[in-house]
Design a protein around this ligand. Structure first.
Ligand SMILES: NC(=O)c1ccc[n+]([C@@H]2O[C@H](COP(=O)([O-])OP(=O)(O)OC[C@H]3O[C@@H](n4cnc5c(N)ncnc54)[C@H](O)[C@@H]3O)[C@@H](O)[C@H]2O)c1
Length: 447
């Protein structure tokens, strides 16, 4: 796929005046040999790709989680997003980000310079070539497969946000890149932070050891209001092209976000897969777009209900909804032959209540990642997060089509690739918006 660099308008700050910087940066990048991170107390040089809300938080979490971490390069499609992220990361006085456990006072660990700040669709390649040991991938999910593949091929450790793809084609790329990472002894940790949260970890250990017997039923929910209240909707500006408007509102387009069952509910589905020891065999779902129907909210649904079936016959009932003025419920539960469980508690013969310290999982995931790199025992969560993401994707495919969808079929045989034809054939350019199908009516021929 063509990744022609987007020509950004001349940016406001001298150091981001891009054509000159990009040339310099490319020169620096090609001249420098990426360091192989050495064990011990050496510095870990991190690049941030995707400088939005989560990218800023993840960069801070990474710095706060372990000594010796520096953010040395930044990349984003849009100069204003990069500039805002850099400003925030360099500001010790603006308090605490929502995902951080303490005030941000670590601006001196932000070492990105004009030569290591890149904009455009190929910014990620320039970050990878800017002497980093590790990258944080925090752009929209559509871009994750291509960026993970490039990062692993370039020999970098990775923290990547969930979800990790939007379609089976992307999932296969993630799994191949994760297998390559294993061969190359590179670490991959994913932003499914419950896997690093003590109350989940302790409960799950017990469940996997049989504390509730065989798990026969499960429930998983992410029911809440519309994400526009969290800054995900950006009113189009006259200077924006169609694709720019779409990209800035990526959440509302299934080719970019995977729809909200994939983008958000993946967390809860991952917890059930964790308890079951693997993904389900089949999904049978319903869903629709009955409330968030205005065209500016793209082509995603506002609710899904999916029944998943696991290999042992266990059934998972899952619902997710983004409709205002409805009762919120974000949770997971498990029912086994000997008891019941939820995060931090088990009822039945092996009753348990988690009362220990529960460190911030957004920092713990980076602490675990960096420890594994420093110990020379790299964690690799690529496959589990790919399975969680595909679990959500088959739920969406089933709801969109009205057909049951088998996990193995989707993994091995589905040719679904949501990338619009204009981009498949012409590459990424900030021109007219690609034509995307309307939200399916629930009996679509194609998924
Ligand atoms: N683990 C969690 O709890 C959690 C919470 C929030 C978001 N997330 C995930 O983090 C990711 C980012 O979400 P966000 O809330 O930061 O969104 P955001 O819109 O605030 O940020 C995304 C950034 O990526 C940039 N971008 C777009 N295309 C790009 C590309 N090709 N290359 C580089 N940068 C690109 C955008 O310009 C923007 O700055 C999503 O996958 C989301 O699901 C995870």
């Amino acid at each position: 796929m063509n990744e022609s660099t987007t020509l950004q308008p001349v940016t406001r700050r001298q150091f981001l005046k891009s054509s000159a910087v990009a040339t310099t940066a490319l020169g620096v990048a090609t001249a420098s040999i990426p360091r192989v991170f050495a064990a011990g107390t050496d510095k870990l040089r991190v690049g941030l790709i995707g400088c939005g809300a989560r990218g800023i938080g993840a960069a801070m979490n990474c710095v706060l989680s372990a000594p010796g971490v520096e953010i040395v390069a930044l990349g984003d499609v849009f100069a204003d997003r990069l500039e805002a992220a850099l400003k925030r990361l360099k500001d010790n006085h603006a308090g605490k980000e929502w995902s951080c456990s303490r005030d941000w006072k670590n601006a001196d660990q932000i070492k990105a310079t004009p030569e290591t700040c890149f904009t455009g669709f190929d910014a990620y390649r320039k970050v990878l070539a800017a002497g980093v040991d590790m990258v944080i991938l925090a752009g929209p999910p559509h871009f994750r497969p291509q960026q993970l593949k490039a990062a692993i091929e370039a020999g970098k450790h990775v923290f990547m946000e969930k979800p990790v793809a939007v379609d089976p084609a992307g999932i296969r790329t993630i799994i191949a890149a994760s297998d390559l990472a294993k061969q190359k002894q590179l670490a991959i940790v994913a932003g499914t932070q419950r896997r690093h949260e003590a109350r989940y970890v302790e409960t799950m250990k017990r469940i996997r050891d049989g504390a509730i017997g065989e798990v026969l039923a499960a429930e998983a929910y992410w029911n809440g209001g519309c994400v526009r209240h969290y800054g995900f909707y950006h009113k189009p500006e006259p200077a924006w092209s169609g694709l720019e408007t779409m990209l800035r509102n990526w959440y509302f387009y299934s080719w970019l976000s995977g729809d909200h069952i994939v983008e958000q509910h993946v967390h809860n589905l991952d917890v059930v897969n964790w308890a079951m020891g693997g993904p389900p065999v089949e999904a049978l779902g319903v869903g629709g777009r009955q409330w968030r129907t205005e065209p500016e909210y793209g082509n995603i649904y506002d609710h899904f209900g999916v029944r998943y079936r696991y290999a042992n016959g266990a059934i998972l009932v899952s619902t997710c909804r983004q409709i205002d003025r409805t009762k919120p419920l974000v949770d997971e539960g498990l029912v086994g032959t000997k008891g019941k469980a939820a995060a931090g508690r088990i009822e039945g013969a092996n009753a348990f209540r988690f009362e220990g310290n529960n460190p911030n999982p957004y920092e713990q995931e980076h602490a675990d990642l960096i420890q594994s790199i420093r110990d020379g025992k790299p964690l690799n969560e690529g496959r589990t997060v790919a399975e969680a993401t595909l679990t959500a994707i088959i739920g969406r495919m089933s709801a969109y089509t009205g057909q049951p969808i088998r996990f193995d079929w989707a993994l091995k045989n589905s040719e679904l690739d949501l990338t619009p034809d204009e981009i498949k054939h012409g590459g990424y350019r900030l021109g007219p918006a690609p034509i995307v199908p309307p939200a399916p009516l629930g009996n679509a021929d194609l998924v």
